[in-house]
Design a protein around this ligand. Sequence first.
Ligand code: ZN
Length: 196
Amino acid sequence: MIEIPARRGKAVQVKKGQKVKVINTRGQQVVDTWVFNTADLREFMSMDHSRVAIGRIIPGIGDALVTNKRRPILTLVEDTSGGIHDTLFAACDRWRYEALGCAGYHDNCTDNLAAGLAALGLEPPETPAPLNLFMNIPVIDGNRVEVRPPVSTPGSYVTLRAEMDCIVAFSACPQDLVPINGLDMRPTEAHFELLD
Ligand SMILES: [Zn+2]
């Protein structure tokens, strides 16, 4: 098992057909997830295109998420977390924390994506909207969105199958100003495992 340290990012090369098991070690940690085509980083998993492909806003078992070229890149094959994830919210960034009144630098998922890829000698072409695993953003009355704590429990996980050779990047979201990562608002580590 590989740790995604609290408030940090981590990226890994994944071969077509391999699976990535993402574990919510302590139960309340949101894990922002990005996937890039290894052969061309400008092709990446797109939440906009995926919602069209799957016909809903939260992927379920068997749903294939697609790239900005509408090709399947990642399929959700297992989920013990309660099935609540988010595809609507952008990754947090320095400006999100500035807007929340944070003075000075705050760790953020956008910088974590860049750091995770940099460790592999790569650079993201942009910060795509992530698949926010375990993030609970219900749509109220078909329109309003709310920020709620995850419904996942310690040790629960999702398993994702790569549909092409790809780079998968994670960020253990450092959000501690709204209860995205639980009512304690204390970001924690998470883990992942590569399965053949
Ligand atoms: Zn974040």
